[in-house]
Ligand binder design. Sequence first.
Ligand code: MN
Length: 719
Amino acid sequence: MEESIQAIDEIIKIMQTNHPQTDGALVRRAYEYALSAHNGQKRLSGEDYISHPLAIAKILANLQMDQVTVSAGLLHDVVEDTEYSLEDIKEAFGEEIARLVDGVTKIAKIKVSGEDEEQIETFRKMFVAMANDWRVIVIKLSDRLHNMRTLSAMSREKQLKKSRETLDVYAPIAHRLGIFRIKWELEDLALKFLEPEKYDKLIRQVAVGRTQREEYIQKVIGIISDKLTAEGIEHEITGRPKHYYSIYKKMEGGKRFEEIYDLIAMRVIVKTINDCYAVFGWIHALWKPVPGRIKDYIAMPKANGYQSLHTTVIGPNGEPFEIQIRTMEMHLVAEYGVAAHWKYKEGVTGEDTLGDRLQGLLDDIKELEADSEDSRDFVESVTTDLYSDEVFIFTPKGKVLELPAGATPIDFAYRIHTDVGNSCVGAKVDGKIVPLTYKLQNGDRVEILTNPSSKGPSRDWLNVVVSPQARNKIRAYFRKADKEENIIKGREIFKRECKHFKTEITEDMKERYEDFITDRFNVGGWEDLYAMIGYGGLRAGYVIQRIRANFIKDFDDDDGRMTLVKAPTKDKSTSIHIQGHSDLEVSFAKCCSPVPGDQIVGFITRGRGITVHRADCINITNTSEPDRIIEVNWINENVPSESFTTNIIMRCLDRKGLIADISTIIGNEGINISSFRTAPAGEDEMKMTIEIVITSVNQVKAIIRKLEGVSSVIAVYRI
Ligand code: MN
């Protein structure tokens, strides 16, 4: 009780430092209301419940949020966890605070289920709820931050789930808003729970040699400070706080701990932009810069508004270190993001004080929500958008456009105008023709060649573009272009996938399922569903999976899960030569799936002809009937005339984009994937089983070598 009164006094004091005219009356009233509403409730840690809303209010006050938002932070769990209703809040505190509390409550109510597709649905709802009022985002981020700080009271299972979610959803949002203070802490906390051993090791590694490092930092600071004082530049120099997650990520990317420059890093804060460049010059006069590490984010700010000069130099001991140079204003933006720009005005609604960038984010989310029909696409779009680095591209007239890293001329064309994208037939970069798959580089000057009578975009472009806008516009084109054609195409795809999943859906079943599919996929009926599959808005495999799970009794297997079968291949028996027999039925053993080039033997079965195994197959080497084994040969193992399926098993550490990398590599080899299954294996490992269609054993060996080179892959082997 004593403690919490002190806490609210401190919060009001923080608010008054930032905004002297704050009287604190509203915040104090919200605190008293929350205190009595949560009276008697405890947190899992054993603390009084009020400690949670108070901690959130303090985070919000430090972000310089206004009284309304801080008050809503204090009240954010009242509707969810006490007997007070939203109406009560509205009566006591008015429409605006009630709306914020409602937004946070709605996010809390979204159920997160374990299943992949369901979880994606959850993220979709979260993004949409957040997009409706930007202050809800900031309260929710603060709520999550405090819950992460106190996560050790939860079960291990919950810790893992919350930490994953934090990395997948909340940290990227904080990044996009430029609120690095929160982003860094969220990431470090998530790492601590997801990878406790690696996290502990990292802390020890950073701690080792800390004294030595600090002496070195002091020495460098002294040299810089003397120089700048002599030149009459007012300045402030600090060592930079360490962010464990970023060190962890760099080490995961293959760097050794010793190679990471950021361990020794400092920051110079000066008065003006001119001073920034002057300091930049003086530092390079003192020490040699490391090539390729100079970045001018003052001339080219990042999308979230971040500005700074970065350089890495070889310091007095021959050790590299990084320096960031910025003004105080840039510094505030770097730490607090858009929050630093929010003007404090009592009674002005959030919408009026929105920073352009935040508004941009919300508009993007709303636009994507309207354009995406599949939750997976929507969530992928939003997260790619939130995470991605950007490249700066010039139009022929010298205007700068910002695109996600990896963008192609097609992305650029759609950014200019939908019609330019739809009629794009080619592109020039700095005057030279480039393929449409060219990856744009910073500073490229791009000119799009259009042909008004072109037949419109190609479906292949969907695999090439990286910006959500371009992808959605291309999908929209096909959606509208020809519904009849989409229905035919979708029906074909659906039929093919049914075969693939060994699933028969009769006309009579379709009639019974109609209600389910209209409801589940938000379509008018089967034709609509086919159309959606046809233009790529929905995956047929997913539809079949949902149907099977929902009408388990209609299908053979009782658990409703998919059984994948081999892609149909040509009759393999023609490529096998068996001494003295030509009319025997030949089949290939499923246990070892031999392919041309393998050492093979035949096994005479009872009544099913001959089964061909690999000579080293465990079922052959262990057989109790060795006299049934006969010699067989490939007719010509070097001439790939037919295709075979085989399974590759991979053990990997889970990471973003891994599956995409793997399928690209396999695709680039011209190999088709007939099925792809992943399963968790242990804490952070997963096992992938990939069935591929190949023509020779050499092809398998080559692909295994390539896959072994992919980062975070531990082992690759054939069954
Ligand atoms: Mn809460």
